[in-house]
Design a protein around this ligand. Structure first.
Ligand code: NAD
Ligand code: ZN
Length: 232
C-alpha cells in the first residue's frame, strides 16, 4: 500500500462485538432477541411505538456499561495521526468510536444518543430513556423518536460519503456483514474510482469477492495490526 493519502473506513457491528455490544444478525438472525422487522422499520414504529422506543432505550442504557476496544482505539489513533484525508463512516449507533477519540466520523445510520423529531426533523442530543410522545424541545410537538435510520429511510450524510469515496486511495471495511445497502455498495464505488480495497472481518462477508484483499479474524487484533502497518 504505497502512495495512500485519502482513506475511507466503513465499520459495522463487528467492530463493537468485542466490547460486548451484540451484532445485528447474530445467531438466528436476531438483534438482541428481536426480528429486524419488529424494531428497525417505520411500520414497526407506527404499529408498536412502545416496543420500538423501549428497544432503543435498552440499547442506549447499555452504553454506560461498555467501553471502546482495541479496534476503536486504533482507529482513533489513525484519525489523530493520519496526515491525509480520512473519513470513518460507521453503521453503528453506539458511541464507542467517539468515546475512543475519533473525530472525522459519520454515523450514517443515526445514533442512540440522539432523538429525532418526526414533525420538524431536528435532532437533539439524548442521554435518558425516550418514551413515545416526548415533546420536541425545538417545535413543541410530542413527536420525538429514536434517531435511528430504519430500513427504507435515507442514511445521513450520503453526499459527503460519496465524495470521500470518489477521492479515496484506500477503502477499508471492518466488521460488517455487507448485507445492508447502500453501505454494502461502498466497496464498488471506491473501486470504480480506483481505490485499493481491504476487508477486515471475522467471517467472509457477502461482499468479500469485491475486495482486493480480505483478512479474517477479530477486529481487536486485525485493526491495530493494520493501523500499525501504515507507518504513522
Ligand atoms: P451485522 O451484525 O450484520 O454483521 C456483523 C459482522 O461483523 C459479521 O460479518 C460478523 O462476521 C462480523 N464480526 C462479528 N464479530 C466480529 C469481531 N470480533 N471482529 C470482526 N468482525 C466481527 O452488522 P452490520 O453489517 O453492521 O449491519 C447491521 C446494522 O445493524 C447496522 O445498520 C447497524 O446500524 C445496526 N447495528 C448496530 C449495532 C451497534 O451500534 N453496535 C449493533 C447491532 C446492529
Ligand atoms: Zn420538532
Amino acid at each position: 500500500m504505497t502512495g495512500i493519502r485519502n482513506i475511507v473506513i466503513l465499520t459495522g457491528a463487528g467492530v463493537s462485538a468485542e466490547s460486548s455490544v451484540a451484532t445485528f444478525r447474530g445467531p438466528g438472525g436476531l438483534w438482541e432477541g428481536h426480528r429486524v422487522e419488529d424494531v428497525c422499520t417505520p411500520r414497526a414504529l407506527a404499529r408498536d411505538p412502545e416496543l420500538v422506543h423501549r428497544f432503543y432505550d435498552e440499547r442506549r442504557a447499555k452504553l454506560t456499561s461498555v467501553e471502546p476496544n482495541a479496534a476503536h482505539r486504533a482507529l482513533a489513533r489513525l484519525d489523530r495521526e493520519w496526515p491525509g484525508e480520512l473519513l470513518l463512516v460507521t453503521q453503528n449507533v453506539d458511541d464507542l468510536h467517539e468515546r475512543a477519540g475519533s473525530r472525522r466520523l459519520v454515523h450514517m445510520h443515526g445514533e442512540l444518543k440522539s432523538a429525532l423529531c418526526a414533525a420538524c426533523g431536528n435532532r437533539t442530543a439524548w442521554e435518558d430513556s425516550l418514551p413515545p410522545e416526548t415533546e420536541c424541545p425545538d417545535c413543541g410537538t410530542p413527536a420525538l423518536r429514536p434517531d435511528i435510520v430504519f430500513f427504507g429511510e435515507m442514511p445521513y450524510q450520503m453526499e459527503r460519503i460519496e465524495r470521500a469515496l470518489a477521492e479515496a486511495d484506500l477503502f477499508v471495511s471492518i466488521g460488517t456483514s455487507g448485507a445492508v445497502y447502500p453501505a454494502a455498495g461502498f466497496v464498488q464505488t471506491a473501486r470504480y474510482h480506483g481505490a485499493e480495497t481491504l476487508e477486515l472481518n471475522l467471517d467472509p462477508s457477502e461482499g468479500s469477492a469485491w475486495f482486493g484483499e480480505s483478512r479474517l479474524g477479530p477486529a481487536g487484533e486485525l485493526v491495530p495490526a493494520w493501523v500499525g502497518s501504515l507507518g504513522i
